[in-house]
Design a binder for this molecule. Structure first.
Ligand code: HH2
Length: 257
């Protein structure tokens, strides 16, 4: 899964894809480079962010979705039912909601009505404050219990189970140690029986593990290493900014598996 953030403030590509022409070209390039799907987002969820209005989010993503329609398989990264509805009408195949239908529960019915694929992600707290003091007794089992509950919620609202993938939410209300623990113990999540999506690309935990305690992003080599490790532990969808490098690395990892 390639990532194109049509935002001024995303943590690693903020401002880069704000111009629709640039965003569309980036999405097409990611698809040509081997992404199975490209995740388009109009709202940053980086630590400390406040969110954007419905009008602003639509203004950012609609021109991009309109011109990618029929060309590139698209996922919409949104927590807003109306954004998802418009994106699905424009051919989006997957709704990626980092709030797992907690922000707008009606988003579940929108996904069900379109028979859309859905990614449900774990987050402790909300983006504005989530990195202040994240705490867990046992991060892997707490994240798994949360995702199981959200999956049951989605199914109760009409989403087919075989449409759902699950994501532990690397960096969303988690310390470096929590992120490492989740990636090491993916088997606990896999026991839920659904495909696992991992978004660790360029995240600050990687920069910190690579030796910079003040890092706000992670280097490419660290992103690729984490993606391969997640793949080897059973993750099947890797959400990444640098598609070509990850496709090459995963092809080799698959050949050696
Ligand atoms: N991470 C980000 C955004 N959306 N969705 C899923 N399912 N999993 C993730 O790990 C995930 C996500 C944050 O990364 P990015 O989109 O690059 O930055 P920002 O939120 O600042 O736009």
């Amino acid at each position: 899964m390639g990532v194109v953030n049509v935002t001024p403030d995303s943590f690693s590509d903020g401002g880069v894809h704000l111009d629709p022409d640039v965003a569309i070209a980036a999405a097409r390039r990611m698809f040509e480079d081997g992404a199975a799907i490209v995740d388009i987002g109009g709202e940053s969820t980086r630590p400390g962010s406040d969110g954007v209005s419905l009008d602003e989010e639509l203004r950012r993503v609609l021109p991009v979705l309109e011109r990618l329609q029929g060309d590139v398989p698209v996922s919409i990264d949104t927590a807003k039912a109306e954004v998802a509805r418009r994106a699905l009408e424009l051919g989006a195949e997957l709704v990626n909601d980092v709030t797992a239908f907690r922000s707008e529960p009606a988003l579940a019915e929108v996904c069900a009505a379109h028979d859309a694929y859905v990614c449900l992600m774990h987050m402790q707290g909300e983006p504005r404050t989530m990195q202040l003091d994240p705490r867990y007794d046992d991060v892997a089992s707490e994240v798994t219990a949360f995702l199981e509950e959200r999956m049951m919620f989605a199914i109760a609202r009409g989403v087919r189970e075989d449409r759902i993938c699950l994501d532990p939410g690397i960096g969303f209300g988690k310390t470096v140690e929590h992120n490492v623990e989740l990636l090491r113990r993916l088997d606990v999540l896999l026991a839920l029986g659904r495909p696992i999506l991992i978004g660790v690309s360029r995240k600050s935990s990687l920069g910190r593990l690579a030796g910079d305690p003040e890092a706000t992003t992670g280097p490419l080599g660290a992103s690729v290493a984490a993606a391969v490790a997640a793949y080897e532990r059973g993750a099947t969808i890797l959400r990444v900014h640098d598609v070509r490098e990850h496709v090459d690395a995963l092809a080799v990892a698959r050949a050696l598996a």
